[in-house]
Design a protein around this ligand. Structure first.
Ligand code: SF4
Length: 283
């Protein structure tokens, strides 16, 4: 779940179901506005996916072409972001919160460098040269114990009659436990493939290959079940009149710093003040 229960409810409750209402539509648009940093990460994934598809068809890009393709993907996403912001003009506050930007040169360089380092990674090259890689759409969901779950890797690979699931972790990893937990998540609903994660950390790509045990799969399913129960509980607290009085705020002001719907949240004037006001209303 997201770091803030209220942001979760706004995004997956109200924004998802009230698009015919101006505030619902505004919420939906606001959540679609990502920071240039996030857009850079998304453009890396897109560029790598395109690279792999072309490589499989015998077209190998030069590093110059990678830079060009990355810039193209990144600029397109920035333009898209700017056009959503332009549409918010009747809402005075959001326009002052979301500023239209130009693609920053240093982000273009960082993004292209990460793409180039990945496709020059020995292990990645070995997959490209010896396996059949199929791109998995990230919007593809699986039904696990009746719960719609989005846990797709980036690629399915077959090599020497063995199956691999490849995932690109753009935001790195905190610990080996996290790598194992993520591997368990990607393995659910799949055959017994080895999970290969490429994670960006400290200026380089780290590779982790994990074979997930049945015990780890079971405990991941339990975790998903508990998460889903908590999500249902939160959405039920809203009620038919979209009442947010009982929905908790974020547990740390850090979550509010880049929150795209802060302008609609009482926490915009301070998280602690909003929590105190909520407590007084509930007494
Ligand atoms: S501003 Fe903070 S408390 Fe409000 S929805 Fe965003 S993250 Fe949650």
């Amino acid at each position: 779940m997201q770091r803030c229960p209220r942001a979760f409810v706004l995004r997956y409750g109200i924004a998802a179901y009230a698009t015919s209402h101006p505030t619902g539509q505004l919420l939906k648009d606001s959540f679609a506005i990502q920071t240039p940093w996030i857009l850079m990460q998304m453009s890396i994934r897109e560029t790598i996916r395109d690279y792999v598809e072309d490589y499989q068809m015998g077209m190998k890009w030069s590093t110059n072409l990678i830079q060009l393709k990355f810039n193209q993907a990144f600029r397109y996403r920035i333009e898209d972001r700017n056009s959503i912001i332009a549409q918010l003009k009747e809402w005075k506050e959001p326009e002052s919160i979301f500023r239209r930007v130009k693609p920053e040169k240093h982000l273009e360089e960082i993004g292209a460098e990460r793409c180039i380092k990945l496709i020059q990674n020995e292990s990645f090259i070995s997959f490209l040269d010896t396996a059949i890689l199929n791109t998995v759409p990230f919007t593809k969901s699986k039904l696990l114990d009746g719960i719609k779950t989005y846990n797709s890797p980036d690629f399915l690979a077959e090599k020497d009659e063995k199956g691999f699931l490849i995932r690109i972790n753009l935001f790195g990893y905190n610990s080996i436990d996290q790598i194992r937990q993520d591997a368990a998540l990607f393995s659910l609903g799949m055959k017994n493939q080895t999970i290969v994660q490429y994670s960006w950390k400290n200026g380089r790509w780290y590779v982790h290959k994990t074979n997930v045990s049945e015990k780890e799969k079971v405990s991941m399913r339990q975790l998903i079940h508990l998460d889903s129960k908590e999500m249902d509980h939160l959405l039920n607290l809203v009620g038919p009149k979209n009442n947010l009085e009982q929905i908790p705020f974020a547990d740390s002001p850090r979550a509010c710093m880049h929150c795209s719907v802060r302008f609609l949240c009482p926490a915009k004037h301070g998280l602690e003040e909003a929590k105190l006001e909520q407590m007084s209303l509930m007494c």
